[in-house]
Ligand binder design. Structure first.
Ligand code: ADP
Ligand code: MG
Length: 486
């Protein structure tokens, strides 16, 4: 079909790119099929079509939002790794929902590529492997798409479940979305561990602002910022890049920790930051640590980042995990018994992303096989995830963490010293060892300088009593437990 396009260089080039991508894609499909098996491959991956490559990112399309989310959660990382292995220049995979109306013109190679995976397709029509399709969000036009990543429509304030660990960050985000650039809230610095909702909140701010009308919002990861910046240097268009960035009303940079050690990019960000704040524009930044803990960022940047509002998102609590699971189960339309939700909230404590991934898999299986969700089915379907989360803490880890927390020496855990300053942390470590490991009292005693099992029992009881009397102490111990559990 390229025959009729002679002379149209751009079209020919685009087609050539598509053909090459289709070849790579068919190879990747073979590997995926071998890895996940025919059934899983057909259920989820066969429907992927390949979109354009932009810089280091390839876009893949799926026909529905559900499939897109599922594939992203289950295979996102793997797809990224396989593409990178095939085409080293590709470092990231962006999954989008394809507009069903888009009718791509499959070329010969594309058809060849889709012919193999289409082996047995009971209900779905064959989807061509290469599709120049537009993405779904109608808001994209208003986002500065020339310099920013599109916003994920799923990430809104409505879908964000608020609980103690994130209520402050949520309130700050809402406030910025309502009244950007208010003194005291500029910049807004959101920080917390992975998968706790930083990106979700940033997108929610963006979506809310865009709903309100004429603001231009630019959201991008710090990594993307760097690639854009380097690209601009290469193509000698840094001035244009700067102008573009400095013309937005709200600039959001996600995962700023990525800029550590990247001095030139940091410099550029610092100047952009100052120019925007001086012009009364809003900045929102996220990172995995607080500004003061982001060692490796230039001091002047750290200082400025801490000048507005700094809000942290804490690790989830059991209550929050339950609320999130309830909300997501309800939204899916699949009935998930409370017992199953509680089981998941107990087992998967690391972060919301993993929790969500586990629930999504359950829901997908329920949808696929039309079977009700039960505790037994859950244990079966999530076998591998649950196993990974069953990681048992060692007594040594507990001793180390507890000693660190109370600033005592690790050796005091085993020593014969009895002063309260060393005895109390030791007792807490014993208590946590009993709670978090399956060791018996005598076994625990041996690990604490060969103490008698009655000493361990006394220590555990003592800590329980203290926790009941002293809420601050109880909170301390709970915090340690949570740190050790994740
Ligand atoms: P981070 O950017 O902090 O690593 P994300 O914002 O990407 O985390 O969140 C990971 C996943 O968990 C997303 O799918 C997000 O929607 C979900 N999530 C996180 N926190 C919440 C919450 N409080 N309510 C609902 N979903 C949440
Ligand atoms: Mg994030």
């Amino acid at each position: 079909m390229t025959g009729g396009l002679e002379g149209y260089d751009a079209v020919a080039e685009a087609n050539a790119q598509k053909s090459v991508l289709a070849i790579h894609w068919s190879r990747i499909c073979e590997r995926l099929k071998a890895e996940v098996g025919e059934v899983e491959y057909r259920a989820w991956l066969r429907q992927i079509t390949v979109g354009p490559v932009e810089e280091d990112e390839i876009t893949l399309y799926l026909p529905t939002r559900f499939l897109r989310d599922w594939v992203r959660g289950q295979y996102g990382d793997r797809l990224g790794a396989l593409w990178h292995a095939e085409v080293p220049a590709i470092r990231r995979v962006e999954l989008q929902v394809a507009r069903p109306s888009a009718q791509p013109a499959p070329d010969a190679v594309a058809q060849e590529a889709s012919a193999a995976p289409a082996a047995a397709a009971p209900s779905e029509p064959a989807v061509p492997a290469v599709a120049p399709v537009a993405a779904e969000s109608p808001r994209q036009a208003e986002v500065r798409s020339d310099l920013a990543a599109p916003l994920e429509p799923r990430f809104t304030f409505d879908t964000f479940v608020v609980g103690k660990p994130n209520e402050f960050a949520y309130a700050c985000a809402r406030r910025v979305a309502e009244r950007p650039s208010s003194p005291g809230f500029n910049p807004l610095f959101l920080y917390g561990g992975v998968g706790l909702g930083k990106t979700h909140l940033m997108h929610a701010i963006g979506a809310e602002l865009l709903r309100g009308g004429k603001v231009s919002v630019a959201y991008m990861s710090a990594e993307k910022f760097m690639y854009r910046f380097i690209g601009a240097i290469r193509s000698q268009s840094t001035l244009e890049f700067k102008d573009q960035l400095r013309s937005v009303d709200v600039l959001m940079i996600d995962d700023l920790q990525f800029l550590i050690g990247k001095d030139n990019t940091q410099d550029e960000f610092f100047h952009t930051f100052n120019a925007l704040v001086d012009a009364g524009r809003q900045i929102v930044v996220s990172a995995d640590k607080s500004p003061s803990d982001l060692s490796g960022l230039e001091d002047r940047l750290r200082t400025r980042l801490g000048c507005g509002m700094v809000a942290d998102i804490h690790a989830t609590t059991f209550e929050l995990r339950i609320s999130i699971l309830e909300a997501k189960a309800a939204a899916s339309g699949v009935v998930v018994p409370a017992k199953v939700l509680e089981f998941l909230a107990h087992k998967i404590t690391s972060n919301v992303r993993e929790l969500e991934g586990a629930l999504n898999r359950l829901i997908a299986h329920a949808n696929l096989f039309g079977r009700p969700v039960t505790l037994e089915a859950t244990q079966d379907v999530l076998h591998d995830i649950l196993k990974a989360h069953d990681r048992r803490v060692t007594i040594e880890e507990i001793q180390r963490k507890v000693a660190e927390h109370w600033n005592t020496r690790l050796t005091d855990m085993f020593s014969a010293r009895r002063g309260r300053a060393v005895a109390r942390p030791r007792q807490v470590a014993m208590y946590l060892a009993k709670q978090l490991t399956s060791r018996s009292y005598p076994e625990i005693g041996r690990k604490f300088g060969n103490r008698d099992h009655t000493t361990v029992m006394y220590g555990v009881t003592k800590v329980e009593q203290l926790m009941a009397q002293d809420p601050a102490f109880a909170e301390d111990v709970e915090l340690l437990r949570r740190m050790l559990e994740t």
